[in-house]
Design a protein around this ligand. Structure first.
Ligand SMILES: [Zn+2]
Length: 237
């Protein structure tokens, strides 16, 4: 009898996890994704910083006259306040990646509320963007984000700099997926990222594409068709 009583909540929880995974992270319906596939603008985004790697990334971006968007965490900004100051001084867009670098499904609602509440520019007027760690959503994430005045911002191309592959190969794979309006996921931390970034910016220069902050794209909400496309690339290969 006791086991039976636990089945319903466990089933509901599992359904919530699956809905969050499929509708939230993989399809991304309702979150911000890439921009319109016209024009010459693309966006490079860096998660998890600031870090000891930030000055190298800033130097590469400056050499190419490119602006990027950095999704920073509260622990990283506390550990590396000079990195946050350098990002802001260089004119890059700085947005939130959370008070903890924890997947939404591991945060009870009150912790996710605090997770979304933290923002490095909370005292300034919005829009305030939030990129969930691992792109993870609970079914509650959108509602909590809306109540806090945050917009969930995802990406449409992965730079795969967490795989520690060869930077030239990673850059070629990333450039092959990029089109005008693309938003690329990269990280402020891995050793490979500065060299990968240099290769990417060279490739973008060759194609006449310009890296701009996310607000200048601007990103669009992921609709039905774009969400289905994301599902196919998430689970189809
Ligand atoms: Zn992250």
């Amino acid at each position: 009898m006791r086991l039976k009583a636990l089945l319903w909540p466990a089933g509901l929880w599992l359904a919530g996890v699956l809905a969050g995974e499929v509708l939230g992270r993989a399809a991304g319906w309702g979150a911000l994704g890439g921009g319109a596939p016209s024009g010459r603008r693309v966006v490079l985004t860096f998660d998890d910083g600031p870090s000891g790697r930030t000055p190298e990334l800033l130097a590469v971006l400056e050499r190419h006259g490119a602006k990027a968007t950095f999704f920073v965490t509260e622990p990283a900004t506390r550990a590396c306040p000079e990195g946050l100051a350098a990002l802001l001084a260089a004119g890059h867009q700085v947005e939130a990646h959370g008070r903890w670098h924890t997947h939404a499904l591991l945060l009870p609602p009150w912790r996710e509320w605090a997770q979304l509440r933290w923002h490095p520019r909370a005292a300034q007027p919005g829009p305030h963007l939030y990129r969930p760690p691992y792109g993870g959503h609970s079914p509650l994430t959108r509602l909590l984000a809306r109540l806090q005045g945050r917009q969930v911002a995802l990406w449409d191309v992965e730079g795969r700099d967490w795989t520690a592959g060869d930077p030239t190969v990673l850059a070629a794979q990333t450039l092959a997926q990029m089109r005008p309006g693309s938003v690329v996921l990269l990280h402020d931390g891995p050793a490979v990222t500065p060299a990968l970034l240099a290769e990417l910016l060279k490739g973008l220069d060759t194609r006449g594409l310009q890296a701009v902050p996310l607000n200048d794209l601007p990103p669009r909400r992921i609709g039905l068709r774009a969400g289905l496309q994301r599902l196919r690339t998430s689970y189809g290969r």
